[in-house]
Ligand binder design. Structure first.
Ligand SMILES: C[S@@+](CC[C@H](N)C(=O)[O-])C[C@H]1O[C@@H](n2cnc3c(N)ncnc32)[C@H](O)[C@@H]1O
Length: 247
């Protein structure tokens, strides 16, 4: 895919070329988005809205660490939705990984999570965050064991995943209802890149085939169920709903 590729002082231009080759990215100065290699990490920026700042993956960031240490833990809605109980920690395929936040939360609770992401730039950002996370003294050892990434489309790949996971987790991009100015800055950059996942309905059937125990679909609270299939149960929060399909 075409995207403006840039590097900042202190980063290695050869590393940027290697990255472009690995993720099949072509440098294009006309695109609205830029992928930037800084001395610390890979960042995505919207070129005409510099004040929005860059987005990147940092599993050891203050926010992620705070949520990991002081968040709801096993009491979080997502943990209940995937069925974590006492010593039971389901294995999870996150078939719409994005920036890996939900997957990280589950991994931090002890689940093994295999992430699938089809967008090459998102996959590059996520892989960059994973590699730095793997090296991190505090989280690296368990992160290496519990979180992996496959760059592929789940529409075609779910059918061949082995071993079958207990849970398949889906969180496709959904059109945002609020005015764009109100959408969180970071979300605006991400949405500009990915758009909406209009083919997401096609994920439900292969996810139900693959999951040994259940499929969990995260939806905005106002959204229709995925593929119009009413869930057997749901866990709701202020803004979201986790629809549960038992297999
Ligand atoms: C809303 S984001 C997921 C956010 C993620 N749950 C998180 O916590 O960061 C949706 C992501 O799913 C990816 N996606 C959508 N359809 C996909 C498919 N068929 N295969 C793989 N990835 C897909 C999109 O590219 C996007 O990055």
């Amino acid at each position: 895919m075409n995207i403006c590729l840039q590097y900042e002082a202190g980063s290695d231009p050869k590393a940027l070329s290697a990255l472009a080759e690995r993720w099949d990215l072509t440098d294009d100065n006309q695109t609205a988005m830029a992928l930037i290699l800084t001395s610390e990490r890979l960042e995505l920026r919207k070129r005409d809205e510099a004040k929005l700042g860059g987005i990147y993956v940092d599993f050891a960031s203050g926010t992620m660490t705070h949520r990991r240490r002081f968040g709801g833990g096993r009491g979080e809605a997502i943990a209940k939705a995937i069925g974590i109980k006492k010593s039971y920690l389901p294995t999870v395929v996150d078939a719409t990984a994005g920036l890996g936040r939900d997957a990280f939360l589950l991994a931090a609770l002890g689940c093994n999570v295999q992430m699938l992401e089809r967008h090459p730039v998102v996959a590059a950002l996520l892989d960059d965050g994973l590699q730095r996370g793997y090296q991190n003294a505090e989280i690296g050892s368990w992160l290496r064991e519990r979180m992996t990434l496959l760059h592929t489309s789940s529409l075609t790949s779910l059918a061949s995943i082995l071993p079958r996971p207990d849970v398949v987790y889906l969180d496709p991009m959904y059109p945002h209802r609020r005015k764009s100015a109100l959408v969180k800055k970071e979300m605006r950059v991400f949405q500009s890149l990915v758009g909406t996942d209009d083919d997401a309905d096609g994920l439900l059937a292969p996810a139900r085939e693959l999951a040994v125990k259940r499929v969990v679909v995260k939806r905005p609270s106002y959204a229709q169920p995925l593929a119009g299939v009413v869930a057997q149960a749901a866990i709701t929060t202020k803004n979201h709903r986790f629809d549960l399909y038992f297999t």
